[in-house]
Design a protein. Sequence first.
Length: 188
Amino acid sequence: MKTKILRMILLSVIVLLCSCASNKAGNDSIMYLMIYDYESNGVQGAGFYVGDKFLGESDVHGRFAFALKDEKEYSAEIRKTGYRTEKITFSYQPSGVIYVKMGNAAQFTSLAENSLDLKKYNEALIYANYALELDSERDDTLYLKAIILNKIGNFSESSDCLSKIKRQNENKTYIEELKKRNDKRENL
């Protein structure tokens, strides 16, 4: 019995010493990047660029570990197809963590709708524009942007958005009603 306990203690000490040794081997200089979308999901495959240099991509959980030589301020971009590129500036601090949110067209459309519901029209317009930068042919976002523009009194631009909607026949009554209000300079 005493031999088993002694072996367990010895094994625990060896494991502890090995784990401490691996931390001293270079993990102290690693910084972490955590990339999430607006639904709090990790964004897999997002490229991390410091200056013009590609450092790698995030894993399935949106994580990326990296090391740089100098503890100074850096400019970086996080890029992924279908997502808005995020530009950040950070100070390199070993063992530090950078959190970044990225969004796709559907998420920005949803954020625009939520802001519209809260009567935060300028914020809603920013999100709608982000969504349209990523997918300029989203009829739902074009119509949403037209409503937002109507709410802030930009009737002409609202009508321009309506004319870009591809499925005009399917949404004819909604589009015509908003166009009439824009022509009369009436808010919804």
